[in-house]
Each structure stands twice: as structure tokens, then as C-alpha cells.
Design a protein around this ligand. Structure first.
Ligand code: PCA
Length: 215
């Protein structure tokens, strides 16, 4: 049954040095269960990726290869994000930062033959507009950082380019303090949990080319 329906893949990340509880890992399953109700014509798959140079992008690529989703939307957290930060592109580079397994990237390039930049295949600017129209804090970013979020975005975009069918692929950073009971609204973070779910559903709708949901 699921194979007959187009697939939406949602991913979050597990913990990594400095972030013991990654909000994206808790958000994605909840977002997926809401998305299943809202988009019954789609099969929604949720996964939490290891924040590891080798295993993270490999897990994302394996899921994409297996599921061939029409949309692959990746979520992660950033200490700098104050609301939704929608990434418009992935860079072919890796900074020497330790992953959750204590390892560094094997090279400063993610893909030896790949282009320097790959543009997100979701309408990133339009997503920001749609989130703001719902009065949700959102900004557009041209730099997903040099760590695993950028690596997964770049890797998925590269994988999507080889696919025979079009795939909308994007990345959204969320505030690192999102949903943490011990750190509610800190340093200008303006996003709470219900808003993160509401915005997440709007992002899925936008990626599918659906009209904005009623407020
Ligand atoms: N944030 C990190 C990796 C995992 C996550 O949630 C990043 O911004 O690269």
C-alpha cells in the first residue's frame, strides 16, 4: 500500500557534542504523525540520522535510494537559529569538527567530483514567505554551516540529482533550545513547540506544492 503512495521523508538528527538532546529528533516523529493525517495520499516516513560524518549522510542516501521520496525534508538544530532557518543551498565542504563518534571528516570536500554548491530543490524563499505569513519567525540562509547538516543536505541533493524522478529536497535549522524544559525562551528564540509543528506542516505543504494551509 505504502509503495503506491508518493513518499515524504522527514529526518532529524541525534545528539552531537554540545547538544545532548537534539530537538529535531523529537520533532520529526511528531511532525510525521500530523503530516500523515494532513496528507493521507502520501506515505510519510520519519528517521533520526546519526550525527556522524560517515553514517549520517550514508543513512540519508540509503533512505532516499530505498524510498525514492517526492520530498526529503531534513531538520537539525543550530545555536544561532532564533526561528526557522531555511537553507537555500548545500556547500561541498566539511569543517574539521568532531562528530558524535568523536571523528573528524576524512576530507574537507564532501564529494571529490561534485560541484561546489548545490541549490536546495525546495522553494526555500517561498517557504520563508509562507512561514512569515503565518506569523512564524523564519529566515533564509545561504550557508548551512560546515558540519553534518550541510553534509546531509549536500549529499541528499547530490543523490536526488541521480534519481530518475524529481525530488524536492531541503534543510531547515531550528533553535537548539526548542522544546527544552530547562531552557524555554532564551536569547531571543521566538519559536515554541506547537509553532514548530505548525511551521513544519507548512514546510511540507510548500514542498509538495500545496497551497498554504488555513491559519
Ligand atoms: N545540527 C548540526 C548537525 C546536527 C544538528 O542538529 C549542524 O547544524 O550541522
Amino acid at each position: 500500500m505504502s509503495k503506491l503512495r508518493p513518499v515524504i521523508l522527514l529526518t532529524g538528527f541525534g545528539p552531537f557534542p554540545g547538544v545532548q538532546e537534539n530537538a529535531s529528533a523529537a520533532l520529526v516523529p511528531e511532525l510525521a504523525s500530523q503530516a500523515r493525517k494532513l496528507f493521507p495520499g502520501h506515505h510519510v516516513e520519519a528517521a533520526v540520522l546519526p550525527t556522524e560524518w560517515r553514517a549520517g549522510p550514508a543513512a540519508a542516501a540509503a533512505l532516499i535510494g530505498e524510498l525514492m521520496p517526492v520530498a526529503a525534508l531534513h531538520f537539525g538544530v543550530s545555536g544561532k537559529a532564533r526561528g526557522f532557518v531555511v537553507e537555500s543551498r548545500g556547500h561541498n565542504h566539511a569543517r574539521p569538527i568532531c562528530d558524535a563518534a568523536g571523528r573528524l571528516p576524512s576530507s574537507d570536500r564532501l564529494s571529490p567530483e561534485g560541484p561546489d554548491i548545490l541549490a536546495a530543490s525546495v522553494p526555500a524563499a517561498r517557504i520563508v514567505e509562507r512561514l512569515r505569513r503565518r506569523a512564524l519567525p523564519a529566515s533564509l540562509s545561504r550557508d548551512a554551516g560546515g558540519y553534518l547538516c550541510n553534509a546531509v543536505l549536500y549529499g541528499s541533493l547530490e543523490r536526488a540529482r541521480q534519481a530518475s524522478r524529481p525530488m524536492r529536497c531541503g534543510f531547515v535549522h531550528l533553535p537548539a533550545t526548542l522544546g527544552l524544559a530547562s531552557a524555554p525562551f532564551r536569547a531571543g528564540v521566538r519559536l515554541d513547540w506547537p509553532q514548530a509543528i505548525e511551521g513544519g506542516l507548512e514546510i511540507v505543504a510548500a514542498a509538495l506544492g500545496r497551497p498554504p494551509r488555513a491559519c
